[in-house]
Design a protein around this ligand. Structure first.
Ligand code: CP
Length: 319
């Protein structure tokens, strides 16, 4: 692709390779789809008519899988969800052979979620079509970071100079990693907080401010982003108990009073209610943008599918 394009990338594998103008370009593109998604009757556009989108999720998902499926269908693509549990992966077929097989069926877009960091890059190196990373291990979840940035920009009017606290299980969170990179590129001041066992080593290299006290981290924050405690990725004693974790790092109505008066509360989902966030906070629409994040996920994924297939579709200026 030409370097003069506003988005000169063949794949969307992470936020790290993107510049701030490229991220902002995708956010602006997503704005176009928000109104269509809110239409009472026809939520359809035929931009991707005739193209085949394959979603291959090797890890569970509700939001990302469904929003990619809805996004592709709203843009007119033929969308196929690979049933991994019933696939030949269960007979021992390798990831590369699986990718080559999907490519041989002339897929035009592959959306991949995988439990191993780097697996999506491995697939992208073997196929001809654009590959979108729907979350790989503890590495990146770029469309989540993009939809989070879109939600913040719509609610706050800007991202630059906002104080954003990302709280909880930073260690196992690809969302945290992608959000940190994206929000810093867009000029926010990012604080992270969690028990020392859940803060990855060398995270300060990303330029964040590190806290181990939730009260101090959220004091005056414009945005408080809570993360799911990923117990399925924990093979040891990362926390003494859920009760203690909630007492120290759970977001309650009382603790939220320490943040800015107009604080925005976010969570990528799924929620562990009563662990990292209380229902009274998650469900208070005065602060909580959690359902709006889900809504923006569809618009954001429509934008990504549209932009990444422009060259293949011969869109004027992109071919
Ligand atoms: N936020 C997120 O990735 O949710 P799912 O696991 O439900 O897709």
């Amino acid at each position: 692709m030409s370097l003069n394009l506003p988005f000169p990338h063949r794949h969307l594998l992470g936020i790290a390779p993107l510049t701030a103008p490229e991220i902002l370009f995708l956010l602006d593109e997503a704005e176009r789809w928000v109104a269509l998604n809110r239409a009472a009757a026809v939520k359809h556009d035929d931009s991707l008519a005739g193209l085949t989108q394959i979603n291959a999720f090797f890890e569970n998902s509700t939001r990302t899988l469904l929003s990619f499926e809805i996004a592709g269908k709203r843009l007119g693509a033929d969308v196929v969800n690979m049933a991994v549990a019933q696939s030949s992966v269960k007979k021992g077929e390798t990831l590369i052979d699986t990718a080559v097989t999907l490519d041989a069926m002339h897929a035009d877009m592959l959306v991949i979620r995988h439990q191993a960091s780097g697996a999506v890059q491995l697939i992208a190196d073997k196929v001809d079509c654009p590959v979108l990373n729907a979350g790989d291990g503890q590495h990146e979840h770029p469309t989540q970071a993009l939809l989070d940035a879109l939600t913040i920009r719509r609610r706050k009017g800007r991202i630059e100079r906002l104080v954003i606290a990302i709280c909880g299980d930073i260690m196992h969170s690809r969302v945290a990693r992608s959000d940190i990179i994206s929000l810093q590129k867009l000029g926010a001041h990012v604080r992270i907080v969690g028990p020392s066992t859940l803060i990855p080593p060398h995270i300060e290299a990303l330029g964040v401010e590190i806290f181990h006290d939730l009260d101090k981290a959220i004091a005056g924050a414009d945005v408080v982003m809570m993360l799911r405690l990923q117990t399925e990725r924990m093979a040891g004693g990362f926390i003494p108990s859920l009760r203690e974790y909630h007492a120290l790092f759970g977001l309650t109505v009382e603790k939220l009073k320490l943040a800015a008066e107009d604080v925005l509360v976010m969570h990528p989902g799924p929620l562990n209610r009563g662990v990292e966030i209380d229902s009274a906070v998650a469900d208070d629409l005065k602060y909580s943008a959690i359902t709006e994040q889900v809504e923006m996920g569809v618009a954001m994924r429509m934008a990504c599918l549209d932009v990444l297939t422009r060259q293949r579709r011969g869109v004027k200026g992109w071919a």
